[in-house]
Design a protein around this ligand. Structure first.
Ligand code: ADP
Ligand code: ZN
Length: 678
């Protein structure tokens, strides 16, 4: 049997293992019972796919989602691996082909839906075909406490005993409870060899923003990433529909998705998202488990998620391919009230509620972080880390101020008004604003009246929000969200503890510069490569990433292989794919370089006007559909741009003479800027 390293290169086209993979592959290949906990996108599939190829016999893969299985099977076939699936989604021919391959002894990986395990005859079938390894994806589905519980998963342990083969279980869910349950149910309580991979996803940029104009915030975040696949999570079904419509109105490709939709419609959206490049799905958390798209470039939360685990899982859907991905989570006092109320109004026992509040607190602590967000997030999972350089805090650290005095004033106002009022009224009291309510309750006679005049109302809003975020105060669900002091606030009130807050972030500029996936000079080639991929994917009716992932195309655009040998060195280009697609993509790369040199440009080669031409062309490219990308297409010919580069008109009039009125209106300003830079 071939060595894993060798297959890693030849079949999967990866130069090396990701952290943690090598050990897991070794253990699974050696036939040990294993439990591997890896973050989403860590590369779990490889950890059973490679051993399957290194071992004799068939590896049975149990996975909860049909769509996901089908995609993995397609991807494996693309890589030249004999794989098949038995699911209720199969056509008769597909099933037929799977059995044929089994009978011929060709099949290496057999994917199976858990429902199949309860069918009579399944065990007999699996015994007959010589199964040598069981792999269980999303193993946390055996946990009755988790929200992904699949009753059929409970049969897996029995199957393992009946077949007497090793079992490898994989999950991204980390908590102790779930882990223990997996060991009990899948391994009869005998501790398997366990691998726990770090939780860091360094390619995912983390950012939070206080809700200001939430719709506008989401729209501009999405518009800045036009053409990239993304998910917007919303707290309610109605909101998904409204926001998706708003995005479409802004000229973006967006659809909504929630649990209230017909199953068929949901399936449609899932399929479309999986296949297409650059679709935005605006969804409730119902959109998730079925999504195995490695090239999701961004995830935005229009509302605060319910816990730090939920947050981590949801943002974790971005950037599985390892290429840069962006996230943005919006939150505000209303979100905190909503999430608290959901916990309080739930039917869970008291200790569960306390745990849920704690999970929410952890997320709020992250939202109001006073240091690197990744440090806070990983800290929650028990990992130490250096400041990451890839979160909004590291990008531009907010001012951190000692808020102890202000917090004590606020607490005192809360206590003196009988813990019966919300932030609005309390702010009026603190700032000495005599409203009717203040006068009516005679709160203008309190000693705290007006003690916070030196702080603006906006700043008080931020302080109250952060006090809620730190769980120093909680909205009282029985009293319309009146704020109550918590135990955690006592040491602050007594002067035993200090509090540091962020100087408010509401008005802080959000990042408008979008980091490009590749350097400017590689961008045209990258889009040409993507176009090629799209064409091939459409022809083969598979998702684009099944051909090549973004990561692979980015590497092609950057390294520009000129021969098939060099092409083989690109991450993600295995032997089979090199054979199927290598030449076609090579043509894009080499042909592209040749075609890009327009005769008009060639004449300028080696002269200053040459680089000037390039910069004009670049500015031109940005404006062909107007500054906001929505106007009628209008462009200048290459020779016209060459003329501008040679003659270098100094002012608008000179440019207009060259370009004509219409083009001057569109391009003159940008061209003059380029020319002035010379
Ligand atoms: P998950 O852990 O979420 O199941 P996947 O198995 O889907 O992750 O892998 C995520 C992505 O990482 C896939 O696109 C896969 O091809 C890629 N990948 C896995 N292992 C490697 C590796 N050693 N080198 C490069 N890319 C890899
Ligand atoms: Zn950071």
């Amino acid at each position: 049997m071939p060595a894993p390293e060798e297959l890693l290169h030849s079949v999967f086209g990866f130069p090396e293992f990701r952290p943690g993979q090598a050990e897991i592959v070794a253990a699974v290949t050696a036939g040990k019972n294993t439990l591997a906990i890896m973050p989403t996108g860590g590369g779990k599939s490889l950890c059973f796919q490679l051993p399957a190829l290194c071992r004799e016999g068939v590896t049975v893969v149990i996975s909860p989602l049909i769509a996901l299985m089908r995609d993995q099977v397609r991807a494996l076939r693309e890589a030249g691996v004999e794989a098949g699936a038995l699911t209720s989604g199969n056509t008769e021919e597909e099933t037929e082909a799977v059995f044929q391959a089994l009978d011929d002894g060709r099949l290496r990986l057999l994917y199976m839906a858990p429902e199949r395990l309860s069918a009579s005859g399944t065990q007999v079938l699996l015994k007959r075909i010589g199964v040598s390894l069981l792999a269980v994806d999303e193993a946390h589905c055996v946990s009755q406490w988790g929200h992904d519980f699949r009753p059929d998963y409970l049969r897996i342990g029995e199957l393992r005993r009946a077949l007497g083969v090793p079992l490898a279980a994989f999950t991204a869910t980390a908590d102790e409870e779930t882990r223990a349950e997996i060991v009990t149910r899948l391994f009869d309580g005998a501790q398997p060899e366990t691998f726990l991979r770090g939780f860091d996803r360094p390619n995912i940029h983390l950012a939070f923003a206080v809700k200001d104009q939430p719709r506008r915030q989401i729209l501009s975040f999405a518009a800045a990433r036009k053409g990239q696949s993304g998910i917007v999570y919303c707290a309610t079904r109605a909101k998904t529909e409204g926001l998706a419509a708003a995005l479409r109105e802004a000229g973006l490709a967006a659809v909504h998705y929630h649990g209230g939709m017909e199953a068929d419609d949901r399936r449609l959206v899932e399929g479309q998202f999986q296949r297409e490049d650059g679709l935005i799905v605006v969804a409730t958390v119902a959109f998730g488990m079925g999504i195995d798209k490695p090239d999701i470039r961004w995830v935005a939360h229009a509302d605060l998620p319910k816990s730090i685990e939920a947050y981590y899982q949801e943002i974790g859907r971005a950037g599985r391919d390892g290429a840069p991905a962006e996230t943005l989570t919006l939150y505000g006092p209303e979100d905190i009230r909503l999430r608290r109320a959901q916990v309080d109004e739930g039917l869970a026992p008291a200790e569960r509620k306390a745990a849920d509040h704690a999970r929410l607190n952890a997320l709020l602590g992250l939202a109001e972080a006073v240091r690197c967000r990744r440090q806070v997030l990983l800290g929650y999972f028990g990992e130490a880390a250096e400041p990451c350089g890839a979160c909004d805090f590291c990008d531009s650290p907010p001012e951190i101020v000692d808020a102890t005095e202000a917090v004590r004033k606020a607490l005192s106002a809360i206590l003196r008004t009988g813990e019966s009022f919300g932030a609005g009224h309390l702010t009026d009291v603190l700032t000495g604003t005599t409203t009717e309510k203040v006068r009516g309750r005679r709160h203008d006679e309190l000693p705290t009246f007006g003690v916070g005049r030196d702080i603006s109302k906006g700043e008080w809003a931020a302080i109250f929000r952060q006090m809620m975020g730190r769980d120093l105060v909680r909205p009282d669900p029985e009293r319309h969200g009146a704020l109550r002091m918590t135990e955690a606030a006592r040491p602050v009130l007594r002067g035993e503890e200090t509090v540091a807050f962020r100087r408010d972030t509401v008005r802080a500029k959000s990042r408008t510069v979008v980091k490009a996936l590749v350097a400017e000079e590689d961008a045209p080639l990258l889009s040409a490569l993507k176009a090629k991929r799209r064409a091939l994917a459409e022809a083969a009716r598979v998702p684009a990433y099944v051909i090549f992932t973004d990561r692979t195309l980015i590497e092609m655009a950057e390294r520009r292989p000129e021969t098939l040998d060099q092409m083989a060195g690109i991450t993600g280009v295995g032997a089979k794919k090199l054979d199927s697609y290598g030449a076609m993509f090579l043509e894009v790369i080499t042909g592209e370089t040749a075609a890009r040199i327009h005769p008009a440009r060639r004449k300028l080669a080696g002269r200053d006007a040459g680089t000037l031409y390039d910069r004009l062309l670049e500015a031109h490219g940005r404006l062909t559909r107007g500054g906001d990308g929505t106007e009628k297409p209008l462009s200048c010919s290459a020779s016209l741009i060459a003329k501008v580069a040679e003659l270098r008109p100094r002012d608008g009039a000179g440019l207009t003479r060259l370009l004509g009125e219409a083009r001057a209106e569109r391009f003159a300003e940008a061209f003059l800027e380029v020319l002035a830079d010379e």
